[in-house]
Design a protein around this ligand. Structure first.
Ligand code: G4P
Length: 529
């Protein structure tokens, strides 16, 4: 196969959803189709329990599972599919945002009964901003849920999408008879038998054929005909380019648990979803077909074995071929590194690979050289953009609880921050360190990992911060800026990149400060240049 053919057959995507909508179940069924796993249940449930748990064994267990399911790759009909795991739990939302910088498209799973939920809204908004092509899968059609048209309305309104159904349900819940596949023009009857790998499909090229009445009954057939007429009247016709431009989102209905409607989704997905896309670096646009390798780190995972403190850095390959034992430039360090055992990920295992292609993810063993956002190239000095930090939701001082282990503590904090577990701010006034996180659960994870992996102890102290804003001033010598820095010193800190951050203690004080210093910009993400 040629290099271009290898690129063209790759589909790298993420599945996003609110917890419990069925992401894990759908992933598992996709893997079953790819023959990557033999039976259901092989992908362990990779969600963090909803009730934020203090059970450290649970945290450890979850970390283990999330390494195993970080990337799931399989072959299907000549396509190489890479699914990147995105934690649904809101405390790990930042992890998910970062993973979204490495996908070429996403599938959004929605529970037919619950409709659009909070996490779905947040994640879809990020995808919309990044213009990531999306396919929507409405799951759990075997249960009673919302009316299909109402749900499509809700998706358009709450998620700001323009949808077009490519399949349509025939009944629902107890009365669920199957699905009409608009994309392939056939009917798929629901037997409710989840053991069947592939359901029987019946070609129906003309919806008015009496055969349809025989299959699903006259009443259902007539309802379906009316509904399909409405679909045609209301929704735009599917157009692949509009979907690729993230202006149109096709919708499929099904039941992941019953393996129903999943093949249709997958077949359409591989046909329409984007192959690896070009990516902007600060210097230029980089095309996958370029012969020189480049890639970026979007995730770092600590080793599960505390005796080996090495980590796995996940690199998305943007251009060229990644080859084992070849020196590559770590742009931030200005140094070459060689990797003797790059890992590729398959459904249940990871393997050392000699070559990987654009769209693929390789896992590189790292002893602390990488941090999230780093670029690796064959020599060119380019910097990939697009891994921003958002303002954390929680802020606490971190104190050293064992004075003899200060060195270990700082090293531990440093490395955990590089992994993206949380953000560190150093106060300008007194140099005290503040940890900001998206969820409260991370404080326990950090404390536990500092102790078990670095032999350091820490304690926390509450700090009243409403939001962190990254400061941008057109002129750092202006009187306005100098006054701001002087008057607000108590609220100023530096992040790990040495950028100035304003820690506002309330929405009101943020607003007042913004008004008082109109020429200073207050950004809510770290990436604004
Ligand atoms: P998540 O990864 O998005 O959090 O969801 P997950 O796949 O774990 O699914 C959440 C629950 O919804 C699971 O039930 C799962 O079996 C169920 N589910 C998924 N797809 C369907 C579907 O098409 N129809 C129906 N009726 N249920 C579905 P659970 O009881 O929480 O877990 P389990 O004990 O079944 O594993």
């Amino acid at each position: 196969m040629t290099f271009t053919e290898e690129i063209n057959r790759r589909r790298t995507f993420g599945i996003i959803s609110h917890p419990d909508a069925g992401k894990t179940t759908l992933t598992e069924k996709l893997l079953l189709f790819g023959g990557a796993i033999q039976e259901a249940g092989a992908v362990k449930n990779n969600k963090i329990k909803k009730a934020a748990t203090s059970d450290f064994m649970e945290i450890e267990r979850q970390r283990g599972i999330s390494v195993a399911t970080s990337v799931l790759a399989f072959e299907y009909n000549g396509y190489k599919i890479n699914i990147l795991d995105t934690p649904g739990h809101k405390d790990f939302a930042e992890d998910t945002f970062r993973t979204l910088t490495a996908v070429d498209s996403v599938i959004v799973v929605i529970d037919v009964a619950k409709g659009v939920e909070e996490q779905t809204e947040k994640l879809v908004e990020v995808c919309r901003m990044r213009k990531i092509p999306m396919i929507v899968f409405i799951n759990k059609m075997d249960r009673e849920g919302k009316d299909a048209f109402d749900l499509l309305d809700e998706i358009e309104q709450k998620l700001g999408l323009t949808v077009t159904p490519l399949s349509f349900p025939i009944g629902m819940g107890y009365d669920f008879k199957g699905i009409y596949n608009i994309w392939e023009q056939n009917v798929n009857l629901f037997s409710g038998d989840s053991r069947k790998d592939i359901e029987e499909t019946i070609e129906i090229s003309d919806i008015n054929t009496p055969e349809l009445d025989k299959l699903i009954g006259e009443k259902s057939a007539n309802t379906l005909r009316e509904e399909l007429e409405l679909v045609e009247g209301i929704y735009p016709k599917f157009d692949q380019q509009t979907y690729l431009d993230a202006q149109l989102q096709p919708v499929f209905f099904g039941s992941a648990l019953n393996n129903f409607g999943v093949r249709e989704l997958l077949d359409c997905f591989v046909t329409i979803a984007p192959k690896p896309k070009p990516k902007h670096s600060e210097e230029r646009l980089v095309e996958p077909q370029e012969d020189k390798f480049s890639g970026f780190v979007f995730k770092i995972h600590a080793n599960m074995d505390p005796n080996h403190r090495d980590r796995l850095a996940f690199i998305k390959i943007v251009s060229g071929m990644f080859k084992r034992n070849t020196p590559y430039l770590h742009v931030r360090h200005g140094k070459n590194f060689k990797f003797s055992s790059p890992n590729a990920f398959f459904a249940e295992k990871k393997e050392i690979v000699d070559v990987s292609y654009p769209g693929d993810i390789v896992g590189l063993h790292d002893t602390g050289n990488f941090k999230i956002g780093d670029t690796l190239t064959e020599g060119e000095e380019i910097h990939y953009k697009g891994i921003p930090s958002f303002s954390p939701e929680h802020f606490r001082y971190i104190n050293n609880a064992d004075p003899l282990k200060a060195k270990q503590l700082f090293k531990g904090i440093d490395q955990l921050m590089d992994e993206g577990v949380a953000q560190l701010f150093t106060l300008e006034l007194n140099g005290r360190k503040v940890i900001g996180t998206v969820g409260a659960l991370q404080y326990e994870v950090i404390q536990y990992r500092l102790e078990h992996e670095y032999g350091a102890k820490c304690s926390y102290e509450n700090l009243n911060v409403h939001k962190a804003c990254w400061i941008e001033a057109a002129n750092e010598k202006s009187e306005e800026y100098l006054e701001f820095v002087r008057v607000k010193q108590r609220f100023l800190a530096k992040d790990k990149q040495n950028q100035l951050v304003f820690l506002a203690d309330s929405a009101f004080s943020l607003q007042m400060t913004q008004q008082k210093y109109p020429n200073i910009k207050f950004h809510f993400t770290s990436e604004f240049k």
